[in-house]
Design a protein. Structure first.
Length: 491
């Protein structure tokens, strides 16, 4: 029998809509797959089996009455545990929010529900989305489905692993400095970080508000496109969401590559870059050229400053956003404190993990009087220069192609003792968030150790249609999915 859990989200949608299969069959296939592999992968913080089956049944009922229950009708999806889902714990991977049950749905979740999606569960993540390996979760250790001794990437490691392990065809993650694209690359699935303002963040627990964006993971680029059309768009509840019309992304995927100009920034292929990663990305560019694209080298001269700039601004914003977890209004409260100051102090020191505390201290420092101008203000100025680099580049090219990550998935514990090493895994992704533009990670090859390699495709603000179109063309040319899949779970 054909294994339904292996199908892409778009293929499942077609079969459910044509009533070749039911949503209940699709949902059960995912739940069965979870029973078989989740014990080894640990991608989920919680699984909502009963609710998922009830939704699927309702969707099947609507189809049998001849109604149209929405563009994602019957599709099982998984959600990063940083997105508020009414009535269920939303932990953000933190002890601080272990018992927090939001009374409302994030806008993206409301839109998914209205489009008929079936919510399978919430996925594991680095605490408050700070990290690149999901090792900073206060809860379980999520493993990479390609090699269970390796990390899935982070911070949206659970969402990437859930899709890679065929437990969900589509999931949502968030990306502040690379947290969708880096785990997508490590887990061999496509993932999209959207333009700042493209997707409402109402109900997303904030990490760094000038950088955070929500976006999809899927089995195919078409999965990303279909999901994005549902979650994108202006929301009166999020003043940073943009009033830019939302196209039907999936209907625009067949644009030819002919005459597309692809820029290759030399700073993203530094001396010493892993030769297999460089080789895989360049091989993809060669194929793009054969398909009619024009490839040209260019320079983004301020690239070296992006990691320091990101880690000043992201920590500054985090220290301010996380001030709300004081044990008073919600979240973890230490027992037995007698005065308010002690209660604050103990709640925060018992509730937060090491990396979150490190960020709060760094962020408080760069914002403190006497240091503000030297760090925070200067970083804001460098951010403007980074944006100018990209503005200039997009005068000459339509899209930019780089590796997504400097290495393939690393081993557990390999970078936990040295935060700087961990921070450097964002070297190719964080700048994109500083500039506010969209970027997609596409699987483009396999290293000798059997681990996937991702290529990052970057476009100007709101260029998602072109980004998705070019990615879809390259995807069908390379056909990564039919050649490679994680075998660690076959036993
Ligand atoms: N790894 C980066 C960090 O730790 C990015 C995280 C993210 O995008 N949420 O800040």
């Amino acid at each position: 029998m054909e294994e339904l859990f292996r199908l892409s989200g778009s293929e499942l949608l077609r079969r459910i809509r044509s009533r070749e299969i039911s949503s209940q069959e699709a949902t059960r296939a995912c739940l069965r797959r979870m029973k078989a592999v989740e014990g080894r992968v640990r991608a989920f913080r919680c699984i909502l089996e009963e609710e998922a089956l009830a939704t699927a049944e309702a969707i099947d009922g609507a189809f049998s009455r001849g109604e149209d229950p929405g563009s994602l009708a019957g599709l099982p999806v998984a959600l990063k545990d940083v997105l508020c889902l009414a009535g269920h714990p939303t932990t953000c991977g933190s002890r601080v929010l272990e018992k927090f049950i939001p009374p409302y749905d994030a806008t993206v979740i409301r839109r998914l529900k209205e489009a008929g999606a079936v919510i399978l569960g919430k996925t594991n993540m680095d605490e408050f989305a700070m990290g690149s390996s999901t090792e900073n979760s206060a809860f379980e250790k999520t493993r990479n489905p390609w090699d269970l001794d390796r990390v899935p990437g982070g911070s949206s490691g659970g969402s990437a692993a859930a899709v890679a392990a065929d437990m969900a065809p589509v999931s949502l993650g968030t990306d502040t400095g690379g947290s969708i694209r880096q785990p997508a690359a490590f887990c061999g699935v496509p993932g999209l970080k959207t333009t700042y303002g493209r997707v409402s963040r109402f109900g997303l627990v904030a990490f760094a508000s000038s950088l955070d964006q929500i976006g999809p993971f899927g089995k195919t680029v078409e999965d990303l496109a279909r999901t994005l059309s549902v979650i994108a768009g202006y929301d009166p509840r999020d003043s940073t969401s943009a009033r830019v019309p939302v196209p039907d992304y999936a209907s625009q995927l067949s644009a030819p590559l002919r005459s597309i100009r692809l820029g290759v920034p030399k700073e993203y292929f530094p001396a010493g870059l892993d030769s297999q990663i460089e080789g895989a990305v360049r091989a993809m560019l060669t194929r793009a050229e054969a398909m009619g694209a024009r490839v040209e080298e260019l320079s983004l001269p301020h690239t070296d400053f992006s990691i320091p700039t990101y880690y000043i601004l992201a920590t500054a914003e985090a220290s301010s956003n996380l001030a709300r977890y004081d044990g008073v209004r919600y979240g973890y409260r230490a027992e037995g404190a007698h005065v308010l100051g002690e209660m604050y102090r103990r709640s925060r020191s018992e509730g937060f993990g090491r990396e979150v505390k490190r960020r709060i201290m760094l962020g408080t420092y760069v914002l403190s009087s006497g240091y503000y101008d030297a760090y925070y203000l200067k970083a804001q100025k460098v951010r403007t220069l980074l944006k100018a680099d990209f503005d200039a580049a997009f005068e000459k090219v339509d899209l930019i192609v780089t590796p997504t990550t400097p290495s393939t998935a690393f081993r557990f514990g390999e970078k936990t003792e040295d935060p700087l090493q961990m921070y450097l895994s964002d070297i190719f992704t964080a700048t994109i968030n500083l500039v506010g533009i969209p970027a997609l990670s596409l699987p483009c090859g396999i290293a000798r150790d059997g681990l996937p390699i991702g290529a990052q495709i970057v476009g100007p603000a709101f260029s998602e249609p072109r980004l998705l179109g070019v990615a879809a063309a390259l995807e069908s040319e390379m056909d990564f999915r039919s050649h490679h899949r994680p075998k660690a779970l076959d036993a």
